[in-house]
Design a protein around this ligand. Sequence first.
Ligand code: KIV
Length: 260
Amino acid sequence: MTVPELLEMKERGQPIVALTAYDASMAALMDEAGTDILLVGDSLGMVIQGHDTTLPVTLDQMVYHGACVRRGRSNALQIVDLPFMSTATEVLALHHAARLMQEGGAHMVKLEGGQAVAPIVAALTAHHVPVCGHIGLLPQAIHQLGGYQVQGRDLIAAERLLADALSLEAAGASLLVLECIPASLAKDITRRLTIPTIGIGAGAACDGQVLVAYDLLGISPHTPKFCRNFMVGAESIGDAFHRYVKAVRDRSFPAAEHSF
Ligand code: KIV
């Protein structure tokens, strides 16, 4: 899987399938199931390390998990998250993105934020680092947001998110994660962008879907509203990943009950 191929999938209307991955064995199972994108998310701070937020995750830890996933994957495109405060300046962002690509197996890096981080995105892409943006619910901004709530519900917030999306695309982002926003807003953003959108709790009209693997396997203490437990009825973890890939491809997931 390559960055241009993801763009072609959007143009063909073929849903893109993404999952979070943190280790080699799971990455191999996800890859074998046909997952297009393996995201080494800083959600590992919560589901692997047991923290309440993603904030304690360090760049060294992202490099470590990225390298583990690199050894397990074969076909999927690998994205690795830039963790909290690692993009505070352009120089820091460039240095950290280089480590994720040179040591952490990343084909692309992801960072959270809208218009305010567009200059960072422009600096990274000018240095040949493919970038995935991330707007809507921003786990790294959890103490500003005050909780894990749906974003963009009112008109002003929705317009701000659309402006964020357009500014990230203009800055050179190749992909955009939309987290926990109303399905109608995600549909509008997806139509207005030429780059693919990948939704999590953002409805069925996004160009692709991503889930935290531990949520879809039912390992997390509770299954979020936007997730389905794909272990129910599955014979194995690999089978659950196959079922998820199939459900995203045939657009039976997410259903209305998984959307806001
Ligand atoms: O860290 C992560 O796993 C993510 C996904 C929830 C999109 O950013």
